[in-house]
Design a protein around this ligand. Structure first.
Ligand code: TPP
Length: 567
């Protein structure tokens, strides 16, 4: 059967089971959009900015665990999309971005809306393809989805010139069989035996898990191993929820904003089992001072991560799920009672402090109140800043699959469009999007998409009329020289939301904040809640950038800094 390149792309997506694509049309992708109009199974989500289309696709992918698709036109469409692609690369999210390109005859001529897409995205994609002829499309799409989903997931871009979209092509009548996604790894039994021996010899073991465990959907295996080993478990920002919040072996998030006891436990452990974690600087602080006395067993699906930051005693190249199965088959129960007593002592001595958590309009209070009032199966997204850290510290995450945050790139503007993607992937769920006033303004136009979709998303704006995390650093580390971190004029988010068609309320105006929250959560559909947050609230503990994790500043240190100096 004869078809066009554009029709073939749509067919290839349909055959893959893609039901949602997010994007914005433009000249260089109009043939593709025209073919999309004929599709009976693919629904197109019209974002208001290509970056948001990328984050909507990320939300779909993060919740479903499968590659999701976004579309953009050439030139500005592509450049707007780049941030969402880079974000997917750093957080290992499977994404397939399809971009239009100027016709092949114009390439390299500075044609209207021409940019060198592949050159721009090379370092932020797992792979990028330029399609020269429509016949290449089946192989290119097969490769793109396989690469995006296999091994360590990530973004792939397919750049399709306009004339390739209109090119006539013969379509093979039989649909192609998709090769299964396979993970290759080279770990052998001897490596696992050695790991089990190292763990058996340990008196003070600790487990450090990252996003790789979440991608492998292996959090239950981590819990089983931790219980067998009787070892405390710390999680990166990406892996929160791996252990239930009340689990006695859960020692919470490590790193820059982790509890001080968590970082101290890691400083004292003698064997550190790192699984699907990449020793990111926000997690480990100064590398030389991280787990200084520990033998490190590092398990990762991406061989390039092994030894990249810290030299391990034993490196195992494997995906988290198979590695955990292998370890569970070998690791014996050990007596760590003395060590766990020490962990409890450190927790009492250096606890996570959550001041005024019983008051609703405080950083911890609002997170706790919403966690109490929202359905337990809610999906949580955040933006980037202080609010992100307050949520990470205070929300009782029960499942890492329901926690979406921009960890690696730390992109303000992620929260709202990612929530829209999550709502599309899980239409029955309540989605809680915790955001800051600065971050929300970065993709606020997506309130229009939200209103249009009538999705069950509750946008909770922690409004301190500032770029809080920046202001905090200026105060703590830059001699209180506040510049460009406070808004001289605050935004009326309630009116803005209403104008977009999203019902909104301001907790500052409500006689009972909890009642207002209950109403917003109970009414199905979108809502925005503005929460006034005092401008001087700070996210603590905080490890000064470049310093060791045990040097974290906490409330008592900051009060000392603020106390008037005598003499
Ligand atoms: C796109 C982007 N630009 C700049 C930054 C640097 N940055 C990190 S946190 C932050 C402030 C965030 O402010 P807001 O969203 O209001 O959250 P708050 O810290 O006040 O809770 C800034 C500017 C960033 N992370 N992302």
């Amino acid at each position: 059967m004869q078809t066009t390149g554009a029709e073939l792309i749509v067919k290839l997506l349909e055959d893959r089971g893609i039901r949602l694509v997010a994007g914005i049309p433009g000249g260089a992708v109009l043939p593709l959009y025209s073919a999309l109009a004929e599709s009976r199974s693919i629904r197109h989500i019209l974002a208001r900015h290509e970056q948001a289309a990328g984050f909507i696709a990320q939300g779909i992918a993060r919740v479903s665990g499968r590659a999701a698709v976004c579309l953009a036109t050439s030139g500005p469409g592509v450049t707007n999309l780049v941030t969402a692609i880079a974000d997917a690369k750093l957080d290992s999210v499977p994404l397939v971005a399809i971009t239009g390109q100027v016709p092949t005859s114009l390439i390299g001529t500075d044609a209207f809306q021409e940019v060198a897409t592949l050159d721009i995205v090379r370092t932020v994609t797992k792979r990028s393809h330029f399609v020269r002829r429509a016949e290449e499309l089946p192989d290119v799409f097969e490769d793109a989805f396989t690469i995006a989903e296999s091994g360590r997931p990530g973004p792939v871009l397919i750049d399709v010139p306009k004339d390739v979209q209109t090119q006539a092509v013969w379509l093979a009548s039989k649909p192609r069989a998709h090769s299964p996604t396979v993970s290759t790894y080279s770990a052998n039994a001897a490596a696992y035996d050695r790991a089990a021996d190292l763990l058996a010899d340990s008196k003070r073991p600790a487990i450090y898990v990252g996003g790789g465990v979440v991608k492998a959907r292996a959090h239950h295996l981590v819990q089983a191993l931790a219980e067998r080993m009787q070892a405390p478990v710390t999680m990166t920002l990406m892996a929160l929820g791996t252990l239930p919040p009340e689990h006695p072996l859960n020692i919470g998030m490590l790193g820059m904003h982790g509890a001080r006891f968590t970082n101290r436990v890691l400083a004292e452990c003698d064997v550190l089992l790192a699984i699907g974690a990449r020793f990111d600087d926000r997690a480990i602080g100064k590398a030389s001072a991280f787990a200084p006395n520990a033998k490190i067993i590092h398990i990762d699906i991406d061989a390039r991560e092994l030894g990249k930051i810290k030299a391990p005693t034993l490196a195992i190249h494997a995906d988290a799920s198979s590695a955990l199965h292998e370890l569970l088959a070998r690791v014996r129960e050990t007596d760590t009672r003395e060590w766990l007593a020490r962990v409890r002592h450190l927790k009492r001595r250096f606890p996570l402090q959550m001041p005024r958590a019983h008051e609703t309009c405080t950083p911890y209070g609002i997170v706790r109140a919403i966690a109490e009032l929202a359905p337990t199966q809610s999906i949580v997204t955040t933006d980037v800043g202080q609010h992100q850290m307050w949520v990470a510290q205070a929300f009782p995450f029960a499942d890492p699959q329901r926690w979406l945050t921009s960890g690696g790139l730390g992109t303000m503007g992620f929260g709202l469009p990612a929530a829209i993607g999550a709502a599309l992937a899980a239409p029955q769920a309540t989605i809680l999007c915790f955001t800051g006033d600065g971050s929300l303004l970065m993709n606020i136009q997506e309130l229009a998409t939200l209103a249009e979709l009538d999705a069950n998303i509750k946008v909770i704006v922690l409004d301190n009329a500032a770029l809080g995390l920046v202001k905090q650093q200026q105060n703590l580390f830059y001699a209180r020289r506040e510049i460009a971190s406070t808004y001289a004029r605050s935004t009326d988010f309630v009116r803005v939301a209403s104008a977009f068609g999203v019902p909104a309320c301001d907790l500052e105006e409500e006689p009972c904040a909890r009642d207002a929250l209950r109403r917003a959560l109970d009414a199905r559909g979108p809502a925005l809640v503005r929460v006034p947050i005092a401008a001087d609230e700070i996210a603590l503990p905080m490890v000064p950038p470049g310093r060791a994790n045990h040097e974290a500043l906490d409330h008592e240190h900051v009060h000392e800094l603020e106390a008037p100096q005598c003499g």
